[in-house]
Design a protein. Structure first.
Length: 397
C-alpha cells in the first residue's frame, strides 16, 4: 500500500464501517464489500492535518494560482485552491501538482478593476461579479490592518445572507483557506482569503427571507414541511438561476426559521449535513441537479472549520442562512420520496480517496473530503455513500 494512503486513516481517525441497510424516505441503500474494523474517532477533523503546517505544497500552489481569477468559462467556479487544500487535508499532497497541471490551463486571469470600493458604500458592490477584483483589493486592505479572525467576525455576518451566490462556492472557498490559516499564517494564505471573500461578496445572492419566530422542528422535520417547486416551473441554467422561482413562492420566505437552532450549533450542523447526504443518496438516480445537491452537503459543512474562529453569537445566524440555502436547493433540485438506487461503496477510506483522485473531478475530491470530515464527527452511512456515488460516476471508463 502506498505509504501516504496507508497513513490516511491514522491521520484523520476516520471510522471504517459497513454501510449496508436502508434509510427512511430520504435514505439510501448501499452495496458494500467487507470493511475492516472501525477505529475510534478522537480527532476534530475540521482542523487540518500536519501537511498544512508546512508551507511548501499549499503555499507554492497558491502562488501558482494567484493570478487566476475566481471563475472561468462564463461563470464556472475556480476550484483549484479548494481542491489543493482538500488534497492536503486528505494526506495526498503528492496528488496536488499532477491535478493542477491538468486543471489550471482552463483558468482565466482576474478581471480588470472597476474602481475602488470605499468602506462606507461597500453594500453597493455586493453581488456584482464585475467588481470581484475590486473586492479582492478591499479585503486585502482589511487583512493587512486586522487579524484574519477579526475580519471574519466583521464580514461574515454581512455576507451570510448571500451565501447562496455561486452555489455557495464563496463560503466553501473561505472555509478551506481558513482551515489552512488556522494551522499556519502565511502571506499566500492571507492573499487567498482575500480572494475567497471577494468571490463571496461579488457573487452575493439573497434568497427571499421573512423573519419570524423559530419553529420547533428538526432538520428532517423541516424538510418534510417544505413546499416543492413544481417540476414544470423549475428553471434552467445555473444553480442560482434555478433558484429564481422561489421569489414567486410566498411560503419559501419563511423557510429560514423552520429549524430549531437552540441546540448546540455543531449538532445542528451535523444534522444538516447528514440530512442532505441522505437527500443526495435518495435522488442519486436523477443526474439533473446532482451538482446542486452536492453543494447542499459541502456548503453546509463549510461552516465546521469556520465556527471555532468566530464569536459564538454568530454561529446560529450563519446556521440559519446555510439551512436556508440547503432548503432552496432541495425544493428546486430534488424530489420528495425519491427511491434511492443501490450504491456501491468502497472497502476502505484509502480506496475512496484514491478513486476520487483518479477521477480527476473537483467535486469528487471535495465531496470525499467533506464526507469523511462529517463521518468522523458522527458516523452515518450516507456520507460515504454520497461520496462513493459521485466518485464512481466520474471515474474514467
Amino acid at each position: 500500500m502506498n505509504g501516504r494512503r496507508g497513513d490516511l486513516t491514522r491521520r484523520m481517525f476516520l471510522v471504517e464501517a459497513g454501510v449496508a441497510g436502508a434509510f427512511a424516505s430520504i435514505g439510501c441503500r448501499a452495496a458494500t464489500r467487507e470493511t475492516p474494523k472501525a477505529e475510534t474517532p478522537g480527532h476534530d477533523v475540521s482542523q487540518a492535518p500536519r501537511d498544512l503546517a508546512s508551507p511548501d505544497v499549499l503555499d507554492e500552489a497558491l502562488e501558482r494560482l494567484a493570478s487566476r481569477g475566481p471563475a472561468y468559462a462564463g461563470g464556472l467556479a475556480n476550484h483549484a485552491p479548494m481542491v489543493t487544500e482538500a488534497l492536503l487535508t486528505l494526506g495526498r499532497g503528492d496528488a496536488v501538482g499532477p491535478w493542477l497541471d491538468k486543471y489550471t490551463p482552463r483558468l482565466e486571469a482576474w478581471p480588470r478593476s472597476s474602481g475602488r470600493i470605499f468602506p462606507l458604500v461597500w453594500a453597493d458592490a455586493l453581488g456584482k461579479s464585475e467588481r470581484v477584483t475590486d473586492w479582492r483589493e478591499f479585503f486585502s486592505e482589511e487583512l493587512a490592518n486586522a487579524p484574519f479572525r477579526d475580519v471574519l467576525a466583521r464580514w461574515l455576518p454581512r455576507l451570510s445572507a448571500g451565501v447562496s451566490g455561486s452555489a455557495a462556492h464563496g463560503i466553501i472557498r473561505v472555509s478551506h483557506v481558513v482551515r489552512a490559516l488556522a494551522v499556519r499564517e502565511t502571506e499566500p494564505r492571507r492573499r487567498e482569503l482575500a480572494a475567497a471573500l471577494a468571490y463571496w461578496a461579488s457573487s452575493f445572492y439573497r434568497l427571499p427571507d421573512e423573519a419570524h419566530a423559530s419553529a420547533p422542528f428538526t432538520v428532517e422535520q423541516a424538510i418534510d414541511r417544505l413546499e416543492m417547486v413544481d417540476p414544470e416551473h423549475r428553471g434552467q441554467g445555473s444553480i442560482v438561476d434555478r433558484l429564481a422561482p422561489l421569489r414567486a413562492m410566498p411560503s419559501f420566505a419563511k423557510t429560514a426559521d423552520l429549524v430549531d437552532l437552540s441546540a448546540e450549533p455543531a449538532a445542528v450542523l451535523h444534522a444538516l449535513t447528514r440530512a442532505f447526504a441522505r437527500v443526495y443518496c435518495s435522488n442519486a438516480a436523477q443526474r439533473d441537479g446532482l451538482i446542486a445537491r452536492i453543494h447542499a452537503i459541502t456548503g453546509a459543512s463549510a461552516l465546521r472549520p469556520l465556527l471555532p474562529h468566530l464569536p459564538v453569537s454568530l454561529h446560529r445566524p450563519l446556521l440559519r442562512h446555510v439551512w436556508q440555502l440547503d432548503a432552496a436547493v432541495y425544493v428546486t433540485h430534488a424530489a420528495r420520496g425519491a427511491v434511492a438506487p443501490r450504491i456501491e461503496t468502497f472497502a476502505t477510506t484509502e480506496d475512496l480517496v484514491a478513486a476520487a483522485i483518479d477521477s480527476g473531478d473537483e467535486h469528487a475530491i471535495k465531496l470525499t473530503e467533506v464526507s469523511l470530515r462529517e463521518d468522523a464527527v458522527a458516523p452515518d452511512p450516507a456520507f460515504r455513500m454520497a461520496a462513493a456515488h459521485w466518485v464512481r460516476a466520474n471515474l474514467p471508463a
